[in-house]
Design a protein around this ligand. Structure first.
Ligand code: TYD
Length: 142
């Protein structure tokens, strides 16, 4: 079920009169995985669609630390669109979930924390291949 593959997490703001401070700790403290990689996306605009892939192994946590963007997640059966619009709001995505990121505001900075180092071979970039892999996995589980 799609709901088992993502989670919206609201992080605590440790800010004070000096400003906001949001901390994200891995290994089950704030997010379920050990953080191995960090990247961020900015300079994309409302015409761009990024992502368009699933990962065999990697789990992700997405936060729009500035601006807004939308994420469409799809498990091959159901899909859902989530707007990331708060620096304290994180979207956890499990492995083997198809994702598209789009509708970036001009000031969008999308921070991504990942559970694995980059490995191009664990990216599934073709939707039909993704569906076939899910079907194979379902048959193996039966
Ligand atoms: P891409 O997967 O297209 O980014 P997005 O999912 O945000 O649309 O990645 C663009 C390029 O950058 C591609 O050649 C792979 C490379 N890349 C890395 O080398 N390391 C990384 O951690 C990421 C996310 C991408």
């Amino acid at each position: 079920m799609l709901k088992d593959h993502y989670k919206l997490i609201e992080f605590v703001d440790l800010g004070d009169e000096r400003g906001n401070l949001v901390v994200i700790e891995g290994e089950g403290r704030d997010i379920p995985f050990d953080i191995k990689r960090v990247f961020y996306i900015y300079g994309s605009d409302s015409t761009v669609v990024r992502g368009q892939h699933a990962n065999k192994e990697t789990e992700f946590l997405l936060v729009n630390v500035s601006g807004t963007s939308k994420v469409r997640i799809d498990d091959g059966k159901d899909s859902l669109i989530i707007e990331l619009n708060k620096p304290r709001m994180g979207l956890y995505i499990s492995s083997m979930l198809w994702k598209d990121m789009y509708d970036f505001s001009e000031d969008s900075v999308l921070l991504v924390l990942a559970s694995k180092h980059y490995d191009s071979t664990e990216y599934i970039r073709d939707y039909d291949t993704y569906i076939k892999m899910l079907e194979k996995r379902d048959i193996a589980d039966e």
